[in-house]
Structure formats: structure tokens, C-alpha cells
Design a protein around this ligand. Structure first.
Ligand SMILES: NC(=O)c1ccc[n+]([C@@H]2O[C@H](COP(=O)([O-])OP(=O)(O)OC[C@H]3O[C@@H](n4cnc5c(N)ncnc54)[C@H](OP(=O)(O)O)[C@@H]3O)[C@@H](O)[C@H]2O)c1
Length: 338
């Protein structure tokens, strides 16, 4: 870190070495309202300058649009970046507004070829199963993913929104480098079972939405009133109705800790996520999403903030008091299967 860049960490046993914080690229094409392409491109370059090397996308982000948007950046920096993408959220031909979960081998084969083509690369560094289709045994899904590794299309495997049992079953078929799940001051369900299983198996944790989709930065309260039409957060239970104001009040201790560090609320949320590594004894690489160069610098700087035991204790009760589910439709998460 002496040159001003962030430190590096191995992403799971035998996983790739990456900067200890990654960059979530979803918002550059999808979910969070209009994005300026030039500013997003500048964000990608700034991130790389800061030592951020893990770039997170998915075929589902804008139906391939996000992968296509990132392709020129990835090609220009192929040896410096670790490309993570995902399959499983499929668009049914009869209704392009819907998503169905597909984990079957023919679908995976079709999805990986489409991602490779859109990304314009020969190999995907980290290929995640985005969501679990309970109708397909996970062993079958991971066996197909392992074939992709043997064929040189994919280097490392990851799983998103899985239970501890699913992780164990998958890891028995082929080593899993990383589990990606929501993990933040507001969302700590995975600490009960998934995190201990990952630690035991040598699997890294990649917390998604570590800023609580921006809510933990204090930049908005009532999503339905403050965010633009089409923003996905306008439908989310935590940011709407009475829940929004109640949850905003939970940020008070975050503000207290931020003042003590001369930091922003978002930096404290990220420092907390990063410090899960020391608390739980496993590699943790949060992937905050931003489309703004100055924010990527602010977020990367959070990797240098260490919270004291007293500060961690102050933040400890927050998650237990959050009002509302993580998603409007929790059927798309691992929650009901754990
Ligand atoms: N596996 C999964 O199912 C799954 C689900 C969701 C997300 N993800 C991945 O995880 C990544 C991160 O999650 P996320 O984007 O949902 O949520 P997040 O990282 O918690 O928050 C992103 C939001 O915070 C804002 N933000 C970022 N830095 C900020 C700062 N310093 N100050 C104020 N606001 C700031 C961003 O706005 P600006 O962009 O305008 O800066 C954006 O609206 C995604 O990009 C995606 O790659 C995966």
C-alpha cells in the first residue's frame, strides 16, 4: 500500500490475487437509473489506478449490455484485471420483462459462450452461478462449471446466494474460490452458516451491496420519492414507506463512528465489511458499486480505516433492527433454503 494503492489478497485457496476491494459494475448499465458512459469509463480507469482489480458484472445486468460496455476496458487491461461474471438469470422468450433461474448444463454452456463473446475475451477469470435453481442438483451444475475450467473457458468458480449446505456440496465437486452474497451493516444473515462454511473450506467471501445499495451512505432515504423512475430501489421494502425513515434513523451510530475517523458514512460501512475478514478469519473482498471516479477513490480509501472494538460494538445492533426484507421477492435469494 506504500504506493497509494490498496493491498492485495488471495481470493480463496488457489484463487486469483486481487485488490482487497473490487468494483461492482452493475449500475453502469442497469438497476440504478441513468448512467453517463464517459464517467463510468473514467471510474473503471481510476479504480485500476488505485489497485482495484476485481471487476464484477453478470450476463443479466441489462441483458448483456453491462458485459458489452465493459469489454473495451477489459481488453485494454486484460493482464491487470480479474473479470467476474455470472450466469443463471435467464430471460424467457415469451416475456422479456421476467427472469427465470436456469442452472441446467445446456443453459450454462450457452450462457458462457454468450458472455465470452460479449466480453471479447478468451477466458473468464471467475464464473459465478448467480442464483440457484432448486430443480437441478448443485453437483450437476458445478460439474458442468468444472468442465468449463478444464476446457480453458473459465479459470475459477464462484457461487452467489447459496446456503452453507449447497456450498459444501458444490465444493466437493470442484474447488469454489468465492461466494458472493449480500453482506453489510444492514444484511448479516450469512454470518450464521455460510461464512463459517466458507472459512472451513478456504472459500473467500465477496460481499455485494456493501453500501446497502447506497442507503448506508446517507445519500437518500425515501427511494420512491427521491430516486429516478426505473430505479430498482424504488421497489425495495427497506427504502420505501415507513421502513425508509426507520432505517435511516439506524445510521446514527455510523455517523458517530464516521466523525471519529473524519470519514464518510459510506467509508465506515465499507471498513466494517472489510473488517469481517479479521472478525471471521477468511478473505473478504467487498465490491461496492459506483459510476463516479471520486467515489471509487473515497471507497478505496476505506480499506485503510480500522474500526476499534468499541466502534464495532456500537455498530453491532444495527442489522437486528432493520425493517423490511432485502428484496421485494425473497424467492430469488437463499434465505428460504438455509
Ligand atoms: N450477486 C448478486 O446477486 C448481486 C446483487 C446485487 C449487486 N451485485 C454486485 O454487487 C455490486 C455492488 O452492489 P450494489 O451496486 O447493489 O450496491 P452498493 O455497492 O451497496 O451501493 C451502490 C450504490 O451506492 C452509491 N455509491 C457508491 N459509492 C458511493 C459513495 N462513496 N458515496 C455515495 N454513494 C455511493 C452508488 O451510486 P453511484 O453509482 O451513482 O456512485 C450506487 O447507487 C453491483 O455493482 C453488482 O456487481 C451482485
Amino acid at each position: 500500500m506504500t504506493d497509494g494503492t490498496i493491498t492485495k489478497v488471495e481470493l480463496g485457496t488457489d484463487g486469483p490475487e486481487v485488490g482487497v476491494q473490487g468494483l461492482g459494475c452493475m449500475g453502469m448499465s442497469f438497476a440504478y437509473g441513468p448512467a453517463d458512459a464517459g464517467t463510468s469509463r473514467a471510474t473503471l480507469e481510476r479504480a485500476l489506478d488505485l489497485g482495484v482489480t476485481l471487476y464484477d458484472t453478470a450476463d443479466a445486468y441489462g441483458a448483456g449490455e453491462n458485459e458489452r460496455f465493459l469489454a473495451p476496458f477489459f481488453r485494454a487491461h486484460r493482464d491487470e484485471v480479474v473479470i467476474a461474471t455470472k450466469f443463471a438469470l435467464s430471460i424467457p422468450p415469451e416475456d422479456p420483462t421476467r427472469r427465470i433461474i436456469r442452472n441446467d448444463p445446456p443453459y450454462i454452456r450457452q450462457a458462457v459462450e454468450a458472455s465470452l463473446e460479449r466480453l471479447g475475451v478468451e477466458v473468464i477469470d471467475l464464473y459465478y452461478m448467480h442464483r440457484r435453481d432448486v430443480n437441478v442438483p448443485i453437483e450437476e451444475t458445478v460439474a458442468t462449471m468444472a468442465e468449463l475450467v478444464r476446457e480453458g473457458k473459465v479459470k475459477h468458480l464462484g457461487l452467489s446466494e447459496v446456503t452453507a449446505d449447497e456450498l459444501r456440496a458444490a465444493h466437493a465437486v470442484h474447488p469454489i474460490a468465492a461466494v458472493q452474497s449480500e453482506w453489510s451493516l444492514f444484511s448479516r444473515d450469512i454470518e450464521a452458516k455460510v461464512v463459517p462454511a466458507a472459512r472451513e473450506l478456504g472459500v473467500a467471501l465477496v460481499p455485494y451491496s456493501p453500501l446497502g445499495r447506497g442507503f448506508l451512505t446517507g445519500s437518500f432515504v425515501h427511494a420512491d420519492k427521491e430516486l429516478t423512475a426505473g430505479d430498482f430501489r424504488r421497489q425495495q421494502p427497506r427504502f420505501t414507506g415507513g421502513n425508509a425513515a426507520a432505517n435511516a434513523a439506524l445510521l446514527e451510530p455510523v455517523r458517530t463512528v464516521a466523525e471519529a475517523h473524519g470519514a464518510t458514512l459510506g467509508q465506515i460501512a465499507l471498513a466494517w465489511a472489510q473488517q469481517r475478514a479479521a472478525v471471521h478469519g477468511l478473505p473478504v473482498v467487498p465490491i461496492p458499486g459506483t459510476r463516479k471516479p471520486e467515489r471509487v477513490a473515497e471507497n478505496a480509501a476505506a480499506t485503510r480505516i480500522v474500526l476499534t472494538e468499541d466502534q464495532l460494538a456500537l455498530l453491532e445492533p444495527i442489522a437486528g433492527q432493520v425493517a423490511g426484507d432485502r428484496y421485494a421477492d425473497m424467492a430469488f435469494t437463499s434465505a428460504g433454503r438455509e
